[in-house]
Design a protein around this ligand. Structure first.
Ligand code: NAD
Length: 449
């Protein structure tokens, strides 16, 4: 079957969050007929009316085009979508359970529903990040729970590597596609399905299911470790009087190390790194192996997310009770409204515990933050409104609009001219010239240099 013939196939995507909605929209953009399934009726209704439920650059244009031309549809009826689709992608949540393991209840719950719905040969493709062995569990559940006699299926592991904020670009031009299956026929169908996305020559990597599942965790754990290593270097820089920016350039120009993920700051957050590092550590434990690096990464990141609290407390006379802190940036990184495990949220929780009041601004993540903190904090209309009446300013997300603010306006609004920068957005020498007390991560303030 050639790539073009494949486009007659309907694809079902179950779960329309950051991964599912981007996956569905991008497949539709490539000409496939896609039906997105979600359990959330309100969300499905809104999508049917043309509302994109997440902020993701570039998504709205593709979403609108394909919804209008009828290639992108939405439903709450799993059965309807499964019956007419050959390819069934699972893009369901795998949140951390209480013990840190990945909670497979969404994936397995939907799998058990799908079993009796199989009416002809289908591929059940797992895009959720799942522990090693999940493809086997899905296969067993489908076999036990209702595969009708004579109807065949295959289970494929197809981990997703998109980054929120550039998810559409990542999906449309992936650096690699990982396909885990031990079945040649299923592998061939998957290669054909993805063929339009790799015309630039980037590889489709074929491997067994377990290796594909492990590849996703290894990638995220490695990246989390790289960030954490740099944060530890930054913390040491502060003590020895070195500048982490210089070290970043110094080591990043070594091609064995590479330039990316070397930016020191107040730790990583998001819906993936924190839970995936925990889940991999948990898998290691289950298999009787202590993955010591991961334990260190988890501990260091927990501390790093709160790295601005102590300097603010010290600057404000040793206590935060009764102080008012302005916070720029709530999303776990720029260009998303996702606040899951965001460093800003970890810091804000600690500030509230210490009796401070908090006034926040983020270009996209106000609503998602309201869902977490409600009226425990104040929400500002813009970055200048955020600093009004506050003692000091903390910067937690690297949004472009924070990079060149009108510092005179900021200084005039703050009670104390002090900026605590968790993302190293500003030059310490410039901040000094402007008359600010400036604290960043791993970089000396000029007077200490
Ligand atoms: P999400 O929470 O944004 O979306 C999950 C969606 O699934 C929601 O819309 C929810 O309503 C829906 N859902 C829940 N139960 C359902 C059910 N029974 N039937 C149908 N829909 C149901 O999650 P996400 O961020 O898209 O992540 C999904 C998976 O992809 C996770 O395993 C995650 O680790 C992985 N992943 C995420 C990213 C990322 O950047 N967000 C990147 C790569 C991989």
């Amino acid at each position: 079957m050639q790539g073009n013939d494949m486009r007659n196939q309907t694809i079902a995507v179950v779960g329309t969050g950051y991964v599912g909605l981007v996956t569905g929209t991008c497949f539709a953009e490539m000409g496939y007929a896609v039906v997105c399934v979600d359990i959330d009726e309100k969300k499905v209704e809104k999508m049917r009316q043309g509302f994109v439920p997440i902020f993701e650059p570039g998504l709205k244009v593709l979403f609108d085009r394909n919804r209008k031309n009828g290639r992108l549809k939405f439903t709450t009826h799993l059965g309807e979508a499964v019956e007419k689709s050959k390819f069934i992608f699972l893009a369901l949540p795998t949140p951390p359970g209480e013990d840190g393991s990945a909670d497979l209840s969404y994936v397995m719950g939907v799998t058990r529903q799908i079993g009796p719905m199989l009416n002809e040969y289908k591929l059940i493709i797992n895009k959720s990040t799942v522990p090693v062995g999940t493809a086997d569990l899905v296969r067993e559940a489908l076999e036990q729970q209702g595969k009708r006699a004579g109807i065949d299926f295959d289970v494929v592991s197809n981990p997703e590597f998109l980054r929120e904020g550039v998810a559409v670009d990542d999906f449309m031009k992936p650096e690699r596609v990982v396909i885990g299956t031990s079945n040649t026929h299923a592998g061939d169908l998957m290669k054909q399905l993805y063929e339009p996305f790799v015309r630039n020559g980037n590889p489709i990597l074929m491997m067994d299911e377990r290796s594909a599942e492990m590849t996703k965790y290894a990638a995220n754990a490695f990246l989390a470790t790289k960030i954490t290593f740099m944060n530890e270097i930054a913390n040491l820089c502060e003590r020895v009087g070195a500048n982490v920016d210089a070290i970043r350039v110094g080591i990043g120009s070594d091609s064995r190390i590479g330039k990316q993920f070397l930016y020191a700051g107040i730790g990583y957050g998001g819906s993936c790194f924190p839970k995936d590092v925990q889940a991999l550590a948990h898998t290691s434990e289950e298999y009787g192996y202590q993955f010591k690096i991961l334990d260190a990464v988890l501990a260091v990141n927990h501390t790093q997310q709160r790295a601005l609290v102590a300097p603010m407390r010290t600057y404000l006379g040793g206590r935060l009770i009764g102080k008012k802190i302005a916070v720029w940036g709530l999303a776990f990184k720029a260009n998303t409204d996702d606040v899951r495990e965001a460093s800003a949220h970890a810091m804000i929780s600690d500030l509230i515990k210490e009796g401070a009041t908090v006034r926040v601004f983020d270009p996209e993540a106000i609503e998602t933050t309201k869902a977490v903190f409600g009226n425990q904090i104040e929400y500002a209309a813009d970055l200048y409104d955020a600093v009004a009446g506050c003692d000091v300013l903390a910067v937690c997300t690297e949004w472009n609009e924070f990079r060149k603010p009108d510092w005179d306006m900021v200084r005039d609004s703050l009670k104390f001219p002090a900026v605590f920068d968790g993302r190293n957005l500003y030059a310490p020498s410039h901040m000094k010239e402007l008359g600010f007390h400036y604290h960043s991560i791993g970089r000396p303030y000029p007077k200490e240099a």
